[in-house]
Design a protein around this ligand. Structure first.
Ligand SMILES: [Zn+2]
Ligand SMILES: [Zn+2]
Length: 231
């Protein structure tokens, strides 16, 4: 099958590789339909920050349909389209055994610890997939992970109904936060150094475009920085 594998820093190759092995117990195999490129994929490509094995089929934001089931898998069926949880957890550490896998001592990501979604097929733990709702296009399903990040950030904010929020950065995370916040009835002000991105998010969400200068003489109770940049 065709796959895109990261061999090392700056060394990403489009290759023909053997298809993944048949799923073992509690695993599933997917035919990947759409895979997105995350900011962390770019970071890993440039710095190797999370290369724990190489080569590895990259990609942790993807969707597809189930083509094979390992023993013991019953929550999805062959042919189901699925949403993929990008986290790989060990299942055996104290945190995993206590049911708090999000703080697994050995936490890693699909595409890093095991092969990911930049391939025609992928075999992964069945607990990483849930059945997708009908009628949602694959290109949206592949964005479940960044959408979850945006939702989690907003949930942590716990804003009063109708409270105004400033979102700095109009990349995927800032854009999705803005989309969710405006849909929940919050007035949102957005800013980004990239005018085209700001305009796109404003058009999709009806958020108000602002600037760093315009913000500096007001006090804002709620703000999210999605840039990680001091300027
Ligand atoms: Zn991601
Ligand atoms: Zn664990």
């Amino acid at each position: 099958m065709e796959a895109v594998r990261l061999h090392g820093v700056g060394d990403l190759r489009h290759e023909t590789v053997t298809a993944p092995a048949a799923p073992e117990r509690d695993e599933v195999t997917l035919a990947v339909s759409v895979a997105g490129i995350c900011g962390s994929d770019l970071h890993n490509y440039r710095t190797g920050a999370w290369i724990s094995r190489a080569p590895s089929v990259a990609g942790h934001e993807f969707t597809g349909s189930v083509t094979a089931l390992g023993e013991g898998v019953s929550h999805v069926a062959i042919g189901d389209r699925v949403i993929v949880d990008s986290r790989w957890t060990c299942g055996t550490c104290q945190a995993c055994r206590n049911g708090v896998r999000q703080v697994c001592t050995n936490l890693g990501f699909l595409g890093e610890v095991i092969d990911g979604g930049f391939a025609e097929q992928v075999t992964l733990p069945a607990r990483n997939v849930i059945k997708a709702p009908a009628g949602v296009a694959d290109r949206y399903l592949a964005m479940a992970e960044p959408l979850a990040v945006a939702l989690h950030a907003l949930n942590l904010m716990d804003m009063p109904k109708g409270a105004e929020i400033v979102v700095a950065g109009c990349g995927p995370i800032g854009g999705l936060i803005t989309l969710l916040a405006t849909r929940a009835g919050h007035p949102v002000k957005i800013l980004d150094r990239d005018n085209a991105r700001t305009a796109l998010v404003a058009e999709a969400t009806r958020a108000e475009v602002t600037s760093f200068e315009a913000l500096s003489d007001h006090y804002y109770r709620h703000a999210i920085d999605t840039t990680g940049s001091p300027m």
